[in-house]
Design a protein around this ligand. Sequence first.
Ligand SMILES: [Zn+2]
Length: 498
Amino acid sequence: MKIRVAIALGLLALASRAAFAATLPSLGPHSVRPETPERRSVAAEPLRPVRYELDVALDLKEEQMTASARIAIRNAGPSAAGEASFLLYRLLTVSAVRSGSGSPLPFSQSVVAFEDDPKRQANRVRVLLAPPLEPGSETTVEIAYAGYLAGYVETGALYIQDSIGEAFTIVREDADAYPTLRPPSWEKIRSEPLPEFDYLARVTVPDSHVVANGGLLVERTVREGRATYVYRNRKPAWRMDFAVARFRELDAPGLRLFALPDDVAGAERVLRSAAAALALYRGWFGPLPGATTYTIIEIPDGWGSQADVTSILQAAAAFRDPAKIHELYHEISHLWNVPSKDAVDCRWNEGLAGFLEALTQETLDGAPSLDAQAEKTARRQLERAREDPRLATVPMIDYGRAGMTGDSYRTGMLMFFALYRLVGPATFRSIIGAHAARHHAGGATTAEFVAEAERAGGPGVAPLFRDWLYTTRWLEILSSGADVRTLAERYRKTAGSK
Ligand SMILES: [Zn+2]
């Protein structure tokens, strides 16, 4: 949820990437991604990670880590690659790079600023591949590194408070705590499909602490006061999150929860609510393909709730304050999202998650009502339009290009609210459920989603998307004082007049 706050403040950088990516339960083959002029305009990163073997030892007292990452990489590009370029946190220093067979590989490292985010500095590690990696071929690079994490708050990504310490430690992509095959440019990173890899991770901590991860716990061994947790991913992953604290663990069918020690009482309630929300969405949208155990990991407030393929990082607020449980509904609903194949994702999935969050509150908790929440969202978006005149000219479909995806939460919420009222609950559920079932693995474009919704939802749906997604007519509608309870009415009339 803090991601949403960060975006609302216009602090896009990494939060945007994280939340964008958080909507992607799984990924399809890269070849299905459409070629577009936007996409061709930036240099493609041909090297893709296939598998990580990560070995991390955390010294919580000294607040430092020692690690090695064996990364199997494939050349998905059209020509041979003579170099692999990795990003690592600026305070993590590489001591050696080796090939899969253990022979040293020449490399360089230097702290560089992102081309389009000059406050963000990262260690760029360039590894010479000799002979060059041929198209379609794979090789393994092992990077040994050590150092510190101090977050990226200074870049404006307020939720990246990542550090190493006794109270709470997190090792994740957001702070480049492991090497990723990415260039130091958000534009280039966002133009690429998300990675898709398997991982096997060994994380060693004091045995007073627990390592939480969304993968399968292969084993936990203890030696001389140090516990090593070995996790394997349950589904193809695009990121790895390892949270370390004196966690308490709770289980329910299909669910595992790691709670911070002060919040064990609230954790029981969170687990029940998560189970209820999962059951509700299964009933509405059908089972998730490849459904597995989902892991909820509590993180301190301000560190950014997010969802990946099998786990949810959930800020403490939902554990401490029953009124904040809707944040968890939002994250769980993301599990049914379809990966975007748009050249630039405007992230209407956040609007869908916001709508489902409100609908779930009304359904499971009885209050507040969906209408009341839509009304609140409409008032907020009118306020936003006074603050940011671009809302009057940039349609939601272009929010990604315009750096306005924070507004997709609200414009999108209202669009899905109107759609729900227009087509009714049964048709709405079947639109979302069928879309998830059809495209869960391969992804879909917004145009594909719209076409499916129009076919299933009748003639009022096309004008609805025109007003809310493809034009800024929605703002005129709200500005004219329209009651949110009547938003769907105009599309029924449209439908009748055709
Ligand atoms: Zn979200």
